[in-house]
Design a protein around this ligand. Structure first.
Ligand SMILES: Cc1cc2nc3c(=O)[nH]c(=O)nc-3n(C[C@H](O)[C@H](O)[C@H](O)COP(=O)(O)OP(=O)(O)OC[C@H]3O[C@@H](n4cnc5c(N)ncnc54)[C@H](O)[C@@H]3O)c2cc1C
Length: 411
């Protein structure tokens, strides 16, 4: 028996970008929201934290941009593709998207705290840290809430809609028995952080060498976040070759890595991310919806995971708000989220796959050919067009303008 039972309109499992944005937009409309987060706070290492122009576009659409801009961030003007010491292509965000002419670097700790600070101004919003959702509550074939634990305490939440926003390893997806349409992974990203050198521009860089591809991203306030793209499981072979070989590789890669490489004594600074891509076949069941990475995980190509997760959260908010207004939160209503978002997510995943899987990594022996393709695309000026498909939204999200925090509530 649960020791405590909460009764709310919407229960959201996971206080990542998707869960927090959904919770905030619903709370603004007077809907009673409870967000459950297994961590005890937002203070942790999130690694890549670049938010592309599509994120800026949707934050402006929801009236959140001016709020987020009050918190520490960096504005990034361009994305450069380098080969050795040459700039192959310089993709200027202003040229790609005049309405959102920059990407943002904002620590996810800062962003989530900023969303929480706004959300708690609504008395109908509650966030419980330290609660891990363990199972869904079912009644008559419908999902009516979740069961979770907080320290040794059992809690139960009863809700008209239960949302799984609990990320790529979603427990909600498993316990509510959602089926994957596809799940794949082709490569790993080895992440590490180095000190920024003076006069290192605030630019996002993809850096090609004859052997590998590196991502080099600014990190607030004076760091650089680096990612090495390696084959699936290849990092264990790199470790076997020893730290000396790794040091040599980094020394021959890019000057920004030199100081870090010289001081390298072991593999402790490195962490490996499997570049998983997944898509859940149906994102909704009676009473329950998956959003964000729990429903669709994107590859790291283009650094758009947060943007794609946030877009689904915003559309979900609009669908749920209209559902409350009409008194219809049926499966047909919840299915609208996927109807409105599914094709965009799949188009992005397909474009990412074209860039990374086919050309760069699946056939390492064809790397010279892949590089030739990249040079040709860069010279022909096609790179920005290709890149635009990933980092910019063609138009606003299909939601009611009333959803914006700048407008009064409609429910
Ligand atoms: C190493 C790395 C680098 C990345 N770099 C970038 C980048 O530069 N730009 C970008 O746009 N995207 C990037 N991404 C992708 C981005 O982080 C994700 O796409 C995005 O965070 C997804 O948001 P979400 O809210 O759906 O899930 P998440 O951010 O994963 O949030 C899920 C939340 O649910 C909580 N949770 C999980 N299980 C439970 C449970 N059972 N009960 C309660 N709470 C639970 C988790 O603690 C977490 O807080 C990166 C991802 C990784 C792993």
């Amino acid at each position: 028996m649960p020791e405590k039972i909460y009764r709310v309109d919407v229960c959201i499992v996971g206080a990542g970008p998707a869960g927090m944005i959904l919770g905030l937009l619903l709370a603004h409309q007077g809907i009673k929201v409870l967000v459950l987060e297994s961590h005890h706070d937002f203070e942790r290492e999130y690694r890549g934290e670049v938010l592309m122009p599509r994120f800026i576009q949707m934050m402006r659409q929801t009236g959140l941009l001016s709020h987020l801009e009050k918190y520490p961030h960096l504005k990034l003007k361009n994305f450069e593709f380098h080969y050795k010491d040459k700039v192959l292509a310089n993709v200027d965000f202003a040229g790609l998207c005049p309405q959102a002419p920059f990407a943002l670097w904002m620590s996810q700790t800062v962003m989530l705290n900023a969303l929480r600070e706004k959300a708690v101004t609504y008395p109908n919003f509650q966030l419980l840290f330290g609660v891990t959702a363990r199972d869904v509550v079912r009644e008559g074939g419908k999902i009516v809430g979740v069961m979770g634990t907080r320290r040794a305490q059992q809690i139960e939440v009863r809700a008209r809609v239960t949302v799984g926003a609990d990320g790529r390893a979603s427990a909600m997806r498993k316990t509510a028995e959602f089926k994957m349409e596809y799940e794949d992974y082709d490569f790993d990203v080895v992440w590490f952080t180095v000190k920024r050198r003076e006069q290192f521009e605030n630019t996002v860089r993809a850096f090609f060498t004859p052997r590998r591809t590196y991502l080099i991203l600014p990190k607030h306030p004076d760091l650089v976040q680096c990612g090495i793209l390696v084959g699936k499981g290849e990092f264990s072979q790199i470790r076997e070759q020893g730290i000396g070989a790794m040091r040599q590789e980094l020394l021959s890669a890019h000057p920004v890595l030199h100081d870090f490489a010289r001081q390298l004594t072991d593999f402790e600074p490195f962490s490996v991310l499997q570049a998983r891509v997944s898509y859940v076949a149906r994102w909704a069941k009676e009473g329950c919806l998956l959003i964000g990475d729990a429903a669709h995980t994107c590859s790291p190509a283009g650094a758009i995971g947060v943007s794609v997760a946030a877009a689904t959260a915003i559309v979900a908010a609009d669908v749920i708000i209209k559902g409350f207004k009409r008194g219809d939160l049926s499966l047909a209503t919840l299915n609208k989220v996927q109807m409105l978002r599914g094709s965009d997510v799949q188009r992005i995943q397909t474009t990412q796959a074209a860039f990374t899987r086919a050309a760069l990594l699946r056939y390492p022996r064809l790397r010279p050919l892949a590089l030739l393709i990249i040079f040709t695309l860069a010279r022909a000026g096609i790179m920005p067009k290709f890149f635009r498909r990933i980092v910019v939204m063609d138009g606003p999200l299909p939601v009611d303008p009333a959803i914006s925090l700048e407008n009064p509530a409609v429910v």
